[in-house]
Design a protein around this ligand. Structure first.
Ligand SMILES: Nc1nc2c(ncn2[C@@H]2O[C@H](COP(=O)(O)OP(=O)(O)OP(=O)(O)O)[C@@H](O)[C@H]2O)c(=O)[nH]1
Ligand SMILES: [Mg+2]
Length: 220
C-alpha cells in the first residue's frame, strides 16, 4: 500500500477503464501505452480474468498526474463483476477490433452500460489496424460509428504502436481539463455530475511528460 507521502506526490489521480469485447486488445493497448517501444505483443493470448490495473505517472500542464488504467475482462461471464468498477471511472476507452464485426456491433451495448452507471468522457479506438487484409470493418462503418457517437474513431495497433499514445493522451487531456475546471471552480476535483461526452482531439497536442523510468511505471 502506498504511504501517505507517496500519495501526496500527485496533484491529480484519474481512473480510466478500457471497455470492449474479449480479444479486442484492451490488455495489449494498455501495455503498449505503458511500456512503449519496450513492449511486444505476446505470442500467446493472455485472457484477463476479472479486473487488472496498471499505473502510469505523467506530468501534464504542470500537474503531477497518476493515471490508473483499469483492464476488465471482456468475456461475458465476468460482466456482473466488471460492471462494478464503472462507478469510479473518470473516462473510458471503448475498444473494438477491426477484424471482428461482433466487437463493433457491441459498442452500443458497452456504452449503454457505462452511461447507466457512470456517464463520463470517452474515446473510441478501432484496434488491430495493422491487420489490413483481415479487416472486416470498412471506412463507411467507421464513419457511421463516428456519427452515431459524435466522436472521432481512432485507428490503433497495439502491435505497431500506431496511435496508441494519441488515443490515451486525447482521453487523458480531456479528463484533466474537466478536473482542472472543476478544481478552479470549487476547490474540489470530485465530479458530482459527470456527463457522457466524447473526448475531443483538440487536446491531443497538450504536452504530456512521462515521469520515472519506463519500468518503474509498472503497477503498484
Ligand atoms: N495483430 C494484432 N493483434 C493484436 C493487437 N492487439 C491485440 N492483439 C492480439 O489480440 C489478442 C487479444 O488481445 P488482448 O489484449 O488479450 O485482448 P483483451 O481485449 O484484453 O481480451 P480479454 O482480456 O479477454 O478481455 C492477443 O492474441 C493479442 O496478441 C493488434 O493491435 N494487432
Ligand atoms: Mg485483457
Amino acid at each position: 500500500m502506498a504511504s501517505q507521502s507517496q500519495q501526496q506526490a500527485f496533484d491529480l489521480k484519474i481512473d480510466i477503464g478500457l471497455v470492449g469485447n474479449s480479444d479486442v486488445g484492451k490488455t495489449c493497448l494498455i501495455q503498449k501505452y505503458q511500456y512503449q517501444d519496450n513492449y511486444q505483443i505476446p505470442l500467446k493470448k493472455q485472457t484477463t480474468l476479472g479486473i487488472e490495473t496498471k499505473v502510469v505517472k505523467l506530468k501534464i500542464q504542470g500537474q503531477m498526474v497518476k493515471v490508473v488504467l483499469w483492464d476488465p475482462a471482456g468475456q461475458e461471464r465476468f460482466e456482473s463483476m466488471t460492471k462494478q468498477f464503472y462507478q469510479n471511472l473518470d473516462g473510458v476507452m471503448l475498444v473494438f477490433d477491426m477484424t471482428n464485426e461482433k466487437s463493433y456491433n457491441n459498442l452500443t451495448k458497452w456504452l449503454g452500460q457505462i452511461n447507466e452507471i457512470r456517464p463520463c468522457p470517452y474515446v473510441i479506438t478501432a484496434n488491430k489496424a495493422d491487420l489490413e487484409e483481415q479487416r472486416m470493418i470498412c471506412d463507411e462503418q467507421v464513419e457511421l460509428i463516428e456519427q452515431k457517437f459524435n466522436t472521432q474513431c481512432i485507428l490503433t495497433s497495439a502491435m505497431t504502436g500506431q496511435n496508441v499514445e494519441e488515443a490515451f493522451n486525447t482521453l487523458i487531456n480531456t479528463i484533466i481539463q474537466i478536473k482542472l475546471q472543476k478544481l478552479h471552480k470549487t476547490g474540489s476535483t470530485e465530479q458530482n455530475s459527470p456527463t457522457m461526452t466524447s473526448a475531443s482531439q483538440k487536446h491531443k497536442n497538450s504536452k504530456i511528460v512521462r515521469k520515472g523510468k519506463k519500468k518503474e511505471s509498472k503497477c503498484c
